[in-house]
Design a binder for this molecule. Structure first.
Ligand code: FES
Length: 104
């Protein structure tokens, strides 16, 4: 089971255990760390996260649809992803990320 190192919007870090095959968004929403208003359909960006640079290659770049959503974000960084579009696997054990600041 991948263990995630997550820094929340208050700057507090915690370790979360996620089931392989679930999305990063599902793991974060279960802990109340993201709203995920659209339920994972890549249309709200309330699951925006910043992947730690060291983990960027393992997570990979956003899809075209995701990039379009992220272009509207003032909090977009080079390692931004929408967590609902990241499928977790054993290769993500130790993944470090931060929840992007809320917008609006
Ligand atoms: S949950 Fe809405 S874009 Fe990810």
């Amino acid at each position: 089971m991948p263990v995630l190192n997550v820094t929340d919007r208050d700057g507090t870090s915690s370790l979360l255990t996620a089931a392989p095959g679930t999305t990063l968004m599902a793991a974060l929403r279960a802990e109340g760390m993201v709203e995920a208003i659209c339920g994972g359909t890549c249309s709200c960006a309330t699951c925006h996260v910043h992947i730690a640079a060291a983990w960027w290659e393992a997570v990979g770049p956003p899809t075209l649809e995701e990039t379009t959503m992220l272009e509207f974000s003032l909090e977009r960084r080079e390692t931004s992803r929408l967590a609902c579009q990241v499928l977790l696997g054993p290769e993500h054990d130790g993944l470090a990320l931060s929840i992007a600041p809320a917008e609006g």
